[in-house]
Ligand binder design. Structure first.
Ligand code: UTP
Length: 424
């Protein structure tokens, strides 16, 4: 009978990944066991077939179907009367604690290249440091205070950043947020793969794996039993947001009320894409259903397409701010979403056994995107909001979304004052 080492060798041979055992003879017994166990548990078939079939390699027409524009509302065009009406509906739901907040913080933050979890990154403002998590906690605490509730807050981490995230929040006493209302859940992983199709080592005894995209949020919530828990807690609406937008309104009465009033199951906030050729994901309809075209998928021709009145057709950019009913989330958890191929920078162990950090992207990461679930619904609400008021993400140290640009917007709105004066 084959022992585990032999089984692992056999698997690697089948998928041409023998190099993963390059340092095996130099490992101690514990490390050997870790590596062999990992090889036996990985789904090589899945990752190799994703690599070979990654649809992004094909022309967009082959997989996108018929792309047409999608309708949107603009917050600034709503009348005072409308706003009041929606806010009232939303406030009622919030006051009854029918809204749960999900923060998707399982990303690698590879563009920022900060060592810890992105949420622990500290912004320096007027001689004080404040982390993305502290800002988020403050936002949720303000809602709690205003409505006399304690929001149920779910944080999605990854196996890469879970321990560090939890430790960080524990060390800071969760910035005063009631601990029993915070639930962590770890999303699934997939191995990363180099451009040449080889899996690689992050340590001589460990194959590099990373989170499989924010679209895993539905299945992971389900796996942890949190959707059942929400049902028990009479949650009606779930707000999904990223970790890096310091102006994100996690619980917005207007948005919640508008979705409820318009009887939609799903809704997203969008921002106006200023430069039609900017590399951002935009909302559209695909075969008549709501969808988002990732920036890898949208052609230059579609990007500049205009309506008869001269306005561009595809200018509603994704800002990772979504609202769904609990039933819609349950439905989404049953869907196997497609994988997108992202090109990311990841360190690896080279043949000398040294850690090598490449200058630029060197690996493919296959990811599910939360917005691909929208295609499975008949329609959705899109609310275009003002970027200066609601979108200040920290993506990298260069380009439009840096710590500096975020701080500038944050200060302009006087939120810095609010953050400093929060009672924790
Ligand atoms: P981004 O696509 O901007 O990724 O994620 P990122 O990890 O922050 O940064 P890069 O691309 O590696 O530089 C948008 C949101 O989705 C979350 C991120 O944490 C962020 O809040 N996300 C992303 C997950 O929760 N899981 C993932 O697997 C990927």
């Amino acid at each position: 009978m084959m022992n585990n080492y032999e089984k692992a060798k056999e698997i690697l041979k089948k998928y041409h990944q023998e190099k993963l055992l390059y340092f095996y003879d130099e490992l101690n017994e514990n490390e050997k066991e870790i590596l062999i166990k990992q090889i036996l548990s990985l789904n090589f078939e899945k990752i190799i077939s994703l690599y070979q079939n990654s649809y992004i390699l094909k022309k967009y027409e082959e997989y996108t179907g018929e792309i047409t524009p999608i309708e949107h509302y603009e917050k600034q065009l709503l009348t005072e009367e409308e706003k009041e009406k929606y806010e009232k509906i939303g406030e009622k739901a919030i006051s009854k604690n029918q809204v749960a907040v999900v923060t998707m913080a399982g990303g690698q933050g590879s563009r920022l290249g900060f060592k810890g979890p992105k949420g622990t990154y500290e912004l320096k403002m007027d001689g004080r440091s404040i982390s993305l998590y502290e800002i988020l906690c403050n936002d949720l605490k303000r809602v709690n205070e205003k409505y006399g509730i304690t929001l149920n807050w779910y944080i999605m981490t990854s196996s890469e950043n879970h321990m560090a995230t939890k430790k960080y929040l524990q060390e800071h006493s969760f910035f005063g947020y009631p601990k029993s209302n915070i639930k962590f859940f770890i999303q699934e992983n997939l191995p990363l793969i180099k451009v040449d199709g080889s899996l690689f080592l992050q340590e001589p005894y460990l194959i590099k794996e990373a989170s499989n995209g924010n679209g895993d949020v539905f299945k992971s919530l389900q796996r942890y039993g949190f959707l059942d828990e929400m049902k028990k807690n009479k949650i009606k609406y779930i707000s999904f947001g990223g970790i890096d937008n310091i102006l994100l309104k996690n619980v917005d009465p207007l948005f919640i009320g508008m979705m409820a009033n318009k009887k939609k199951e799903i809704a997203s906030k969008t921002i106006f894409k200023k430069d039609p050729l900017e590399k951002v994901a935009v909302y559209c309809k695909k075969n008549g259903r709501p969808a988002v075209l990732d920036y890898e998928d949208i052609t230059a021709e579609l990007s500049v397409k205009k309506f008869k009145d001269g306005k561009y057709c595809y200018r509603d950019a994704n800002m990772v701010s979504h609202l769904m009913t609990l039933d819609a989330v349950k439905k989404a958890a049953r869907i196997d979403l497609p994988y997108h191929r992202a090109y990311k920078k990841n360190a690896f162990v080279n043949e000398e056994g040294m850690k090598e950090v490449p200058d630029g992207p060197n690996t493919f990461k296959f990811e599910n995107f939360i917005f691909d679930s929208f295609y499975h619904f008949k329609d959705m609400l899109l609310l275009r909001v003002n970027e200066d008021e609601e979108f200040a993400p920290i993506k990298s140290f260069n380009g439009p979304y840096t710590p500096e640009t975020a701080i500038e917007k944050y200060k302009k709105l006087n939120y810095w004052f609010l953050s400093q004066n929060m009672v924790t």
